[in-house]
Design a protein around this ligand. Structure first.
Ligand code: DUT
Ligand code: MG
Length: 594
């Protein structure tokens, strides 16, 4: 369990992001205070007008003798109202500006964090959940800055200014109204206890729903293939219902406390009418009619914040749940990152790859996936790795660009542990065509030049030729400008593989790793690719995972993996002579006998 993030930390976190906008934000808060205090001017002047010109002994006399005062009071009322409206307007702008700026900064930072994370992070967090953090959760954070804080300041300043004014005017009556305060306090505390866990739950349900939607939209082909639309729709409905019901439940919590709060708000008027009325009738020396008017004109300023409290508390709890999720990403650090004083390889690496007694297991798995691997690959060599599915081939090559860290032993390039390089200089020296090909929604040209955006069209075409892709590309409606990927032209598995091979070649890597990259192309095309890989115009160590003997036959060295260990090693001829797993494969695939 991670330690719970306290409210204080959450506020401090936002404060950090307000840097450069703090003065603005502070002015906005002062503005809120100001315009709420200004709300009192109207009742203040009304009281003066009533007591001087409407009630009291000299009312009609004053109306004639102090006409100037009356006009001045009315003009002041209008002026203050105008000032107040202007402040409200500017204030809203300031909150909006500050909160949008914070939102922008956090969103950028979060994206940055996510983008730099390691494989383990991506194995842990679901895409839908991350998307929720980047959208819904962030919105709750913004809402806190722009609305919740303002509402709290508003309620607080309005209530305290009103109370000060009321006490100053008539402390006896004001004190009587204060009887209600402890009740409000109890209600709010109890409400908070009940509603806080609901918002945490609500946020989870929302993320669950988003995850379901995201997974099904990106996996819609499987859904269609198995005619599972009905099932998936009902699954989504279930989550949607779940979210709705939790929302309702959360709203109902306030409704349970609402009647009490409303009762207390109305109690204020009752106290005023009964106590104020009695005072007016029995002890006119204790309360003037003008004061009574001012009190009744200000009851709302006490009652409204009470009615708002539920809403504010709800939104605050929503922020609390959401900000914890956002902060978790904000504070996350990839486990795989540059060590202090990491070595920045300025020159192109020679491409010698060594595995020294390397063992590895995934964090969630208990069984070792790789066991004491020893391998030495000389610069420029072509090696093939073979083995049945699940034996650990992909895991093995993922240790070279340091996607994962070995649990034991060292992977070295040019005699230096991969841990010692900066990730950037390490990875720019490696060209990797992954087992499941991912193409971006971009042109073919853009996809091939992904690792080197400055690549000229001529060069892109050259690498496409190396990977035997140029023929089919030139037949496409718009050639290299054809958009592929999720929303583009459909490509066959073999076509995608060839584009991904061209992409890996286009960075002119010192080490080229192909993870089953030609599994979906026909024999003839594969032969062509093998041929051009031998003729690359830059020095390059090639590590090729393959299933076909035709691919591995010409390799300088072949490694056979079984159950996470290398069990055979040698050239094609050597291994056939040995009569082991490889020889058996050769027999199966070609019918040759040793
Ligand atoms: N494995 C995990 N977590 C992962 C990936 C793999 O636990 O994120 C396990 C599954 C398998 C073992 O590691 O038992 C080796 O997987 P790998 O992908 O390395 O196998 P492969 O040799 O590349 O199999 P294939 O030929 O099917 O690509
Ligand atoms: Mg694999």
């Amino acid at each position: 369990m991670k330690p719970e993030i306290t409210t204080k930390e959450k506020i401090a976190w936002i404060w950090g992001y307000l840097k450069g906008r703090r003065v603005l934000y502070f002015i906005a808060i002062l503005g809120t205070l100001a315009y709420n205090v200004l709300q009192l001017t109207v009742p203040f002047f009304s009281q003066k007008i009533v007591d001087t010109f409407l009630s009291g002994e000299h009312a009609s006399e004053n109306l004639i003798t102090q006409r100037d005062l009356l006009i001045r009071l009315i003009v002041l009322m209008v002026v203050f109202t105008l000032i107040r409206v202007t402040i409200v307007y500017l204030d809203c702008m300031a909150y909006e500006h500050a909160s949008q700026e914070v939102l922008f900064r956090i969103r950028n930072r979060l994206y940055d964090k996510i983008e730099r994370q390691d494989m383990h992070f991506y194995n842990t967090y679901r895409t839908g959940d991350l998307m929720t953090r980047l959208t819904g959760d962030l919105d709750a954070v913004r809402h806190m800055i722009a609305w919740v804080v303002r509402s709290i300041i508003e309620s607080f300043s309005l209530m305290s200014a009103t109370l000060i004014f009321l006490f100053w005017m008539n402390w006896r009556l004001a004190l009587l109204l204060m009887i209600t305060a402890p009740f409000i306090f109890v209600i709010i505390i109890r409400f908070k206890m009940k509603v806080a866990p609901m918002h945490a739950l609500l946020r989870e349900k929302f993320a669950n729903m988003n995850t379901a939607a995201q997974e099904n939209i990106s996996g819609n082909r499987v859904v269609k293939a198995f005619a599972m639309e009905e099932y998936e729709i009902s699954q989504f409905n279930e989550r949607n219902e779940d979210y709705r019901d939790t929302n309702k439940k959360t709203a109902l919590i306030w409704l349970r406390y609402f009647p009490y709060m409303e009762g207390i708000a109305n109690l204020l008027s009752v106290i005023l009418i009964v106590a104020g009325g009695l005072m007016l009738i029995l002890r006119p020396d204790l309360l003037t009619a003008g004061e009574y008017v001012a009190f009744s004109g200000l009851i709302w300023a006490l009652a409204n914040p009470m009615r708002m409290l539920g809403n504010v508390m709800n939104e605050f709890q929503r922020f609390s749940a959401a900000s914890a999720k956002v902060m978790e990403i904000d504070r996350s650090e990839p486990e795989i990152r540059d060590i202090p004083d990491a070595y920045e390889a300025k020159e192109r690496l020679r491409g010698e790859v060594t595995f020294e007694n390397v063992s590895f297991s995934y964090e969630d798995g208990t069984l070792p996936v790789l066991k004491h691997i020893n391998m030495k690959i000389k610069p420029g060599q072509t090696v093939a790795i073979m083995g049945e599915t699940g034996c650990g081939k992909t895991s093995l090559i993922h240790l070279i660009p340091r996607f994962y860290e070995p649990t034991e032993g060292t992977v070295k390039i040019d005699g230096r542990s991969v841990r010692e390089y900066t990730l950037k200089s390490l990875r720019t020296n490696i060209g990797l065509a992954t087992q499941d090909v991912l193409l971006y929604s971009d042109t073919i040209d853009g996809n091939i030049a992904y690792g080197d955006m400055d690549l000229s069209r001529r060069e892109v075409e050259r690498y496409a030729k190396y990977s035997a892709a140029s023929d089919f590309i030139s037949k496409m409606p718009e050639g290299y400008d054809t958009i592929v990927g999720e929303r583009g032209v459909g490509l066959s598995g073999g076509q995608k593989q060839r584009i991904s091979l061209a992409r890996a070649l286009a960075v002119k890597p010192a080490i080229l790793i192909l993870d089953d990259t030609t599994s979906a192309v026909d024999m003839e095309t594969e032969k062509q690719i093998q041929q051009s890989l031998r003729e690359l115009d830059f020095p390059c160590t090639k590590i090729i995972i393959a299933q076909r003997i035709s691919t591995t036959r010409t390799a300088d060295r072949i490694f056979i993996m079984q159950d996470g260990a290398i069990t055979e090693e040698g050239t094609h001829e050597e291994l056939i002579r040995k009569g082991g797993y490889y020889a058996e494969l050769v027999r199966l695939q070609t019918g040759e006998t040793a």
